[in-house]
Design a protein around this ligand. Structure first.
Ligand SMILES: [Zn+2]
Length: 556
């Protein structure tokens, strides 16, 4: 078994990287293309491993000056590495024997490189470094939040249990505390985003794009759909999901006896209180082990390797960056799960969502090409969000048998209610980058208008900052990962299809899931989806069908 603390990676510098690519070029000159591709693949896995370690250590302790310096060094080196790598991709693409290249490297990899070379130019190197610096500042600012509630001091993640407390006044207080933090830091949050938008627009112009949007899609390596497909999908959500979520909220209002559903009521889904994990960290890890063993031998063995090798860091503690994610060390073939436990149902997602990413990455470790270790993000979120549904039969282990049905119901309502919010976050970014000179106040107005379109039920009450249009500033993807967010909503449509199949034939659904994970990123999103028997979310009726079945499930 591989141990996390045994994974080491030498710190590269520009000279070492340059020498490495010079050697690869010499190998190409001798006609040994296959040898050069194999050596490059090893070098990419080593570089990725080093970069992932540095970023993980910073996330584990944003207050550690050494970890911060290492991250800054890595962020400064990344554009240099991208420059050398892009030059090498251009070189490969300029070779006469394209069919041979596609045979050796994979046709999809070659298509990805063709996209990559249009999304980089040495002229944007300083901008990329500045972009990393601004994104890191946003993470640091949010991680610095020290908030008082219920006699405790918590960070933003620590607000979660209060934000869904059955007591309405407590939930209101949690949101008051949260948004007071954003209001107090509003000027810096506005100025950070303003800088990021102008910077990204400037990079796009330097590369010959009219706005950031086409450049952003290329950075996401989307080769099989564009902004028009995404816009049509958002409208599918408006047609088939927004009215359904409105009906579910009205039902909840009546169940609770509220006058209106306020913003701080939305997180309390279950009238009896949202089901919580039936125990803390050690309990959940042990139950997850039982669950994965029961589900599939490959899932069981993999979880034991993750746990035994020290590839889980799940407890919330001061200075830790917010949220949860899965990263990986490709030279070792192992991923790592980072999370902040809060004692709420969100903790379950570590085992059902992040484990999906981790399992896929591990299953794909022997893919012949570093480009195939992860798929593009909308496909990657199929692995995570589908596992959330495929683990349904075992939920009793994590939340207790008595709460399992209520948990499943809460998950489904949450999954549906997420869609309007998710497409709103996406639409907002399309408007932002189409209007790069908008003022911060105009951006808040854009958000307010879109929020009314996608979530017409929203009532912020006396929460001044979100009422003014500032809700988007709590979403890290908007700052650090532009255009990523739609990926969750596309994947949700696929995950709901896995849910539907698992209701009829759980073994077949799980088998198709494991097979899909092993395919990694060897094909574009829609091809991967189709290969698993899923209907592309862009196809007419795909979302309508699952929304109808979900509504029937909730009614039954
Ligand atoms: Zn995910």
């Amino acid at each position: 078994m591989i141990r996390f603390d045994s994974i080491a990676a030498a710190t590269p510098d520009r000279a070492v990287l340059t020498a490495g690519f010079a050697a690869l070029n010499r190998q190409l000159e001798t006609g040994d293309r296959a040898g050069a591709l194999a050596a490059w693949d090893r070098a990419r896995r080593d570089f990725e491993t080093w970069s992932a370690l540095v970023h993980l250590r910073f996330a584990q302790n944003t207050a550690d000056p050494e970890a911060k310096a290492a991250r800054e060094y890595a962020d400064a080196l990344a554009p240099e590495a991208a420059d050398l790598e892009t030059q090498f991709k251009r070189r490969l693409l300029s070779l006469p024997d394209r069919a041979g290249l596609e045979r050796e490297a994979g046709a999809h990899a070659v298509r990805l490189w063709e996209t990559d070379v249009t999304a980089f130019d040495p002229a944007i190197k300083p901008d990329l470094e500045e972009e990393s610096r601004l994104s890191a500042r946003y993470s640091e600012l949010l991680a610095s939040a020290s908030l008082s509630i219920g006699g405790q001091t918590v960070n933003l993640a620590g607000l979660a249990p209060f934000a869904e407390d059955p007591d309405r006044a407590t939930r209101h207080e949690a949101e008051r505390v949260r948004w007071s933090f954003f209001e107090a830091n509003g000027p810096e949050l506005d100025s950070l985003y303003d800088s990021l938008v102008r910077l990204r627009h400037g990079m796009a112009r330097k590369l010959g794009f009219s706005t950031y949007t086409p450049f952003g899609y290329r950075r996401m390596r989307r080769v099989d759909y564009g902004p028009e497909d995404v816009a049509r999908y958002r409208e599918q959500v408006v047609t088939h999901v927004v009215p359904l979520v409105a009906r579910l909220l009205e039902q909840r209002r009546a169940e609770h006896g509220w006058d209106k559903v306020r913003y701080w009521d939305e997180a309390l889904i279950d009238p009896a209180g949202n089901p919580k994990p039936a125990g803390g960290h050690d309990f959940l890890v042990a139950k997850a082990r039982t669950m994965f063993d029961a589900m599939h031998p490959k899932l069981g063995a993999f979880f034991r390797d993750m746990e035994g090798g020290g590839f889980l860091d799940l407890k919330n503690r001061p200075g830790k960056s917010g949220g949860g994610f899965c990263t990986s060390f490709p030279s070792a073939g192992m991923p790592f799960i980072f999370a902040n436990f809060t004692g709420t149902h969100h903790d379950i997602g570590v085992f059902t969502h992040e484990m999906g990413h981790a399992f896929q990455n591990h299953m794909s470790k022997d893919q012949p090409n570093a480009d195939y270790l992860w798929p593009t993000m909308e496909a990657a979120e199929i692995h995570s969000m589908s596992l959330e549904f495929l683990t349904w039969p075992y939920m009793g282990l994590l939340v207790g048998d008595a709460a399992a049905d209520r948990f499943r119901r809460m998950h489904m309502i949450g999954a549906l209610a997420f869609l309007p919010y998710g497409v709103c976050v996406d639409h907002f970014q399309h408007e932002v980058y189409a209007n790069p000179t908008a003022s911060p106040a105009e951006r808040h107005a854009m958000w307010r208008r879109l929020e009314q379109h996608y979530m017409p039920w929203t009532d912020h009450g006396d929460l001044a900052w979100p009422a003014m249009g500032g809700r988007w500033q709590a979403k890290p993807h908007i700052y650090g990962s532009p255009f990523y967010y739609i990926d969750y909503t596309l994947a949700q449509c696929c995950a709901l299809q896995f849910w539907s199949r698992a209701r009829r034939d759980p073994a077949a659904a799980l088998g198709a899931y494991v097979e899909l994970c092993a395919k990694g990123g060897s094909a574009p999103f829609q091809d991967l989806a189709r290969s698993a028997g899923l209907i592309s979310p862009f196809a007419k009726g795909a979302l309508a069908d699952v929304a109808r079945e979900a509504e029937a499930f909730l009614a039954g």
